[in-house]
Design a binder for this molecule. Structure first.
Ligand SMILES: *Cc1c(COP(=O)(O)O)cnc(C)c1O
Length: 341
């Protein structure tokens, strides 16, 4: 036993099979008690609703080692709540919040030797997900489901320092008005694949999506919410019904207000305003904040004054404070940190 012998600091952001995963099955209107198993293979009908009609949703969070050697995870209760919204929207059964949180903790505990050490920059990525598993051919929800949690160690998001990225304003939409943009459904990612591959081919790191009804207001990227900083130091973040409610963004907003006494506005952001901001960044579990240096709007380049060399001062301070809270170096608000004992 003991820690796995991995080159933690050089791990990619990829999947590595770990020792155990959690599986619960839903049948005849109820969840079974669930268990931790060794087998990493899923066996389902060739006609499973997930395979034919993409009835699936997921979550993402992390576990890590704090400075004083505790193993913790961050706000899993919010992932449970968000998955509940996703399930309801996709006609899937809810896996109860208390059980979700316990299953996350149990799965981390069962793979404790895969939790990267403090200071390595690596973390244990935790992926809860659910799918319709029995055969359906007419379009309707499945009657049977699996809820699973897998964990995999992932390397530091920024290897060799934080580097600002260039994004483009996208012509393709990731969400529809009154669609599923606000839930973590696999289908939102399937339909973003073409566009992200095309963005990369054209030299852009990400697509910045605008509101699908009018293509006027900034929404988010394929997998992260967006933050802006104004000249007078305010934090501004887009408000829209088709944005996925990022837990990182909601936490950063609270950190900005309560720890750094920064004024925060959540409002519509017209794309004409982009050149007024001094800093811009993406936020999500993977990178916490990753800075944007340049936005390409159909050939017109908007250069953020924070530049292409480093993250601007306000976003840096925000990132440092939240990662300090997560790593146990700064006192966390009540209920944010769950210790794995
Ligand atoms: C998961 C996700 C995010 C980030 O959410 P976090 O809870 O902060 O990890 C942002 N946008 C989209 C579209 C996502 O799927």
């Amino acid at each position: 036993m003991g820690k796995k012998n991995l080159d933690w600091a050089n791990l990619p952001f990829g999947y590595i099979k770990t020792d155990r995963r959690f599986v619960a099955n839903y049948k005849d209107g109820a969840w079974d008690s669930g268990k931790l198993i060794k087998d990493d293979k899923v066996k389902i009908s060739e006609c499973a609703c997930v395979l034919q009609y993409a009835q699936t949703c997921f979550e993402g969070l992390k576990a890590y080692t704090t400075k004083d050697g505790r193993i913790v995870t961050f706000r899993p209760d919010l992932n449970a709540e968000r998955m509940e919204s996703s399930c309801k929207r996709l006609e899937m059964p809810v896996f109860p919040k208390e059980r979700f949180v316990k299953a996350v903790i149990d799965t981390i505990k069962a793979n404790i030797n895969w939790v990267p050490p403090f200071g390595s920059g690596a973390t244990l990525y935790v992926r809860p997900y659910m799918f319709g598993s029995n055969a359906v051919i007419g379009v309707k929800p499945a009657d049977e489901y699996q809820f699973r949690i897998l964990v995999t160690p992932v390397g530091p998001y920024f290897k060799g320092g934080v580097k600002p990225i260039t994004v483009r304003i996208s012509d393709i939409d990731r969400a529809a008005p009154h669609g599923t943009g606000d839930i973590k459904a696999g289908l939102n990612y399937a339909m973003s694949l073409y566009n992200i591959v095309d963005a990369h081919k054209n030299g852009f790191a990400e697509n910045m999506y605008t509101d699908p009804a009018t293509h006027t207001y900034i929404e988010e990227t394929g997998g992260a919410n967006i933050l802006f900083v104004t000249k007078d130091g305010k934090l501004v973040t887009p408000k829209s019904g088709s944005i996925l409610p990022s837990i990182t963004r909601r936490s950063l907003v609270q950190v900005a207000k309560d720890y750094l006494h920064i004024e925060v506005e959540e409002r519509q952001i017209n794309k004409n305003e982009l050149s007024d901001f001094v800093e811009c960044g993406l936020c999500g579990t993977a990178a916490v904040i990753s800075p944007i240096g340049k936005i390409n709007d159909h050939g017109k380049e908007i250069l953020l004054p924070s530049g292409m060399e480093e993250m601007g001062p306000v976003l840096s301070k925000l990132r440092e404070t939240l990662t300090g809270i997560q790593m146990g170096e700064i006192e966390a608000p009540e209920g944010w940190i769950y210790e794995i004992k």
